[in-house]
Write a protein that binds this ligand. Structure first.
Ligand code: ASP
Length: 605
């Protein structure tokens, strides 16, 4: 294989969950139908989706992996298809399926760098919106896609959509639930399906796409949202089903409205006219809404218009506020319905909290119009203004570019000094903590190297990603381990960081630390969850190397770890034997110990 130099080559793993839809459908007597096992066979037969010449070990994958041909960015994307049984037309997808997808992403979260979900187009916006709430503190890309024409057809949109989604999930850390369709990358909870015939089937009427794949891939990094706390990724699957969408129409009867608002209904999206208006002459309607909200039903007002938002500009809209109805801003009906279902399912929230979160932007699903936060513009920055003047730069596009290039190194510099005030200033001026400098390094990488715990905390609470890798493929966790920053390692792990190095790479580093009797390095790797029984390229385990080099402290540490592991697995717990052995530790006795352990293990298997 003509692979580039390994230092430039990046390997990424993507899990593709196939729920069904047209993309993998086959023509049957009854029309197009998703059929189990059919899609993967088709994928493997297409050279643009499966590079058969590329050889690699599939040992570390939970499903048979497929190699995508090398990308123009020198990424080798290895992906596995997890297919549901049965594969479904998306009209049959329900809330239980949302939970299955969320749980699968959670189960395989650490083994993959990104996720693609293949889904029928009909209800894709509901599932993507729901998942955007259910996947909490998401740190990796989750890209939904599907197609209007199945992959098996000669002329289809399936191949490009699938390829585009894989490229996004494999190349970029965009910690959002997205929809990729017809060369555009959208925030999932902002989308609507607007055509059943056009290949341009989706749009995001109230916000621009997060990315566009033209001749070049352009990601609008300023619009990408990042989780802003130090909790690690987890899923919330308790979605309440007693929710609904009530679309007003002229002459709607009181009986219809009453029936709709009856228990067990708990949450309603009221689709009103224009900028949020209802017939304010209909006292009956307002009374029924008030009666429902008094009973604790959450009612959120959204517009029937595709584009725009609800306001209280008209008297016909204001009465809703008095009836206890909440303003849904510019949420799509799908985003509003699934948000209700999610918030009602959060049993740890009281009603006040749910109401307050309904009005807030929690996953990028709405635009808060009366934001009281002062709007800082990059033009407020003295530094950028001075440089812009000196360079005779004046257009907003040029200033934007200047900011993108200048802020990352400056923020890295502030992070290296642990200068939190300066970092906060950059943030106010529009600085994005997840943007990297020329070497792909973010302020978080730098703060981790230096061990500035407060700075690491500040960055994590303001959107820095623990999963971004620099050009050397190092994550912030790799750096914290390298510099033995124990408290930083702890915080990163709590926020969802995990090891991404291959086991042979980790083994080499462990063996090096063992050879150098570097217990701090071993401790750092141990804290980060490294497995100490793995072997390096020469098939040596860390304890073997420590023994050969007579690294006494390392041997003692490794034995202690081994003992803890044994105690944990209950395989053997004879403290006396170990303590005794530690006391009499010599390379010779250790070798004997290892030899006898090996024999016991092989006898046991
Ligand atoms: N009916 C199909 C579905 O939603 C349509 C599609 O996939 O485009 O599953």
């Amino acid at each position: 294989m003509n692979e580039p130099h390994t230092e430039q080559l990046k390997k990424r793993r993507v899990l593709m969950i196939n729920t069904g839809g047209s993309i993998g459908s086959r023509k049957t007597d009854k029309g197009y139908q998703p059929v189990c096992g059919f899609f993967e066979k088709e994928v493997r037969s297409q050279s643009s989706l499966c590079d058969k010449a590329y050889e690699f070990s599939s040992d570390e994958f939970p499903f048979p992996p497929i190699a995508l041909p090398l990308t123009s960015h020198n990424y080798r994307i290895l992906y596995c298809i997890k297919e549901y049984d049965p594969v479904l037309d998306s009209s049959n997808i329900d809330m239980a399926d949302w939970a299955t997808i969320a749980n699968d992403i959670s189960q395989y979260y650490k083994q993959f760098d990104g996720f693609v979900v293949l889904h029928g187009t009909d209800t894709m916006c509901y599932t993507a919106s729901a998942l955007s709430y259910m996947l909490e503190c998401l740190g990796k890309s989750v890209v939904f896609t599907g197609s209007q024409v199945p992959l098996v057809e000669l002329r289809n949109d399936a191949r490009d959509n699938m390829l585009g989604a894989l490229l996004v999930a494999g190349h970029y850390v965009i910690p959002e639930v997205m929809i990729y369709f017809n060369s555009k990358l959208f925030r999932g909870n902002r989308c609507i399906k607007n055509s059943s015939v056009s290949l341009d089937a989706f749009s995001s009427p109230n916000v621009s796409p997060l990315g566009v794949m033209d001749v070049r891939i352009k990601i609008d990094w300023d619009s990408v949202r990042h989780c802003s706390d130090t909790h690690s990724f987890h899923v919330h699957t308790n979605m309440v089903k007693d929710v609904g969408i009530l679309r007003l129409f002229p002459g709607i009867t009181r009986a219809t409205i009453r029936a709709f608002l009856q228990p067990p209904m708990q949450g309603v999206v009221l689709q009103s006219y224009g900028s949020g208006n209802i017939p304010d002459s209909r006292v009956d309607l307002i009374e029924d809404l008030k009666e429902a909200t008094d009973r604790g039903v959450l009612v959120v007002n959204c517009t029937q218009c595709t584009n725009g938002h609800v306001t209280q500009a008209y008297a016909a809209g204001r009465v809703l506020k008095e009836a206890g109805v909440l303003q849904g801003a510019d949420m799509t009906p799908e985003a509003a319905l699934t948000k209700l279902s999610y918030l009602l399912g959060r049993i740890d929230y009281n009603m006040e909290k749910r109401k307050s979160l309904l009005l807030q932007n929690i996953r990028g699903e709405l635009t808060v119009l009366d934001d009281t936060e002062p709007n800082f513009s990059i033009k407020d920055s003295e530094l950028i203004r001075t440089i812009a003047t000196a360079l005779h730069i004046s257009t907003s596009k040029e200033i934007h570019l200047l900011r993108r290039h200048m802020f990352p190194p400056l923020m890295c510099m502030a992070a290296s000094k642990g200068d939190n005030d300066t970092l906060k200033d950059f943030r106010k001026q529009g600085g994005d903590f997840s943007v990297a400098n020329y070497d792909g390094r973010t302020p978080l990488h730098v703060a981790c190297c230096e061990g500035h715990l407060d700075t690491v905390q500040l960055l994590l609470e303001n959107g820095a990603s623990v999963h971004v890798r620099d050009r050397f493929d190092h994550t912030p966790l790799t750096d914290a381990i390298r510099f033995k920053r124990f408290d930083v390692i702890k915080l990163l792990l709590q926020t969802g960081a995990h090891l991404v190095e291959s086991s042979s790479d980790i083994a080499s580093r462990l063996c090096k630390a063992a050879a150098e009797d570097d217990v701090d390095a071993l401790t750092a790797w141990h804290m980060a969850g490294a497995n100490f029984s793995i072997t390096d390229h020469e098939n040596r385990s860390p304890i073997q190397v420590a023994t050969e080099k007579n690294s006494k402290q390392a041997i003692s540490f490794l034995l202690k770890c081994d003992r803890k592991l044994q105690e944990k697995s209950n395989a053997r717990s004879n403290k006396g034997v170990y303590d005794d052995m530690l006391a009499r530790l010599t390379p010779v006795s250790l070798r004997k110990y290892q030899f006898s352990k090996k024999r016991k293990n092989s006898a046991a298997t």
